[in-house]
Design a protein around this ligand. Sequence first.
Ligand code: OGA
Ligand code: NI
Length: 246
Amino acid sequence: MEEKLKRPMKFEPYHPTGYGRLFDFSEDTILDWVDVLIHYLSPSALKDPDYWPDKPTNYRESLEAYGNQVINLVKVLMGILSKGLGLESSRLEEAFGGDEAQVVLRVNHYPRCQQPDLVMGLSPHSDGSAMTVLLHDEVEGLQVKKDDAWWMVKPIPGALIVNMGDMMQLVSNGRFMSMEHRAVVSSGTERISIVVFYAPTANAILGPIGIDQHHAIYKSIKYGDYLATYMNKELKGKERINSLLK
Ligand code: OGA
Ligand code: NI
């Protein structure tokens, strides 16, 4: 707690950073059963070193190295997906702002819960990012929605989980759909996940790319506006991206 209180969650317009809770809007909000730590990996203007924990002592070095590897992986995947959409391989990365893309690290800690059926670890949502890379421990908890049913993602040691985010759905005009997911908790074991969100720069104007605009099924938006709306409403499945349908 002493360490957490050194970096309490600060809510700069839409860049929450620090330890604490998200989506906590009023006394009546039903909170998800999770504590989070958030800090930026990139770009350097948002990467506030004071907000990177200094304990354990190898934290900064390890997370910096891990973050860089994840960013490299995301860039490779973006190149492949660009080509899959019939675009130049650098096109998606450029659309998201190149080196100005916002890369956020979020550590989720789901404590044990005596009545897990009464709470949600993380409410159903799709990520507002372009792509998300998740690493979790051996404890189950992440579920994805497919054919209107929830499926538990079986942890595989050493495996990374790659999720499409809403911005990929938008720029691909729905060819790559963002994945609805949630996290449940257990009475027996706590759970930790380490999530890297690769998101566009705040002033990127995004809409479907590489198609005749009269075929576009989504409106264009400024990513910063999308994020502001995203962070200021309860999580509700795919409501946010669906609101951009024309
Ligand atoms: C998230 C998320 C799931 C998990 O942080 O956006 O979906 O398993 N996390 O912690
Ligand atoms: Ni998520």
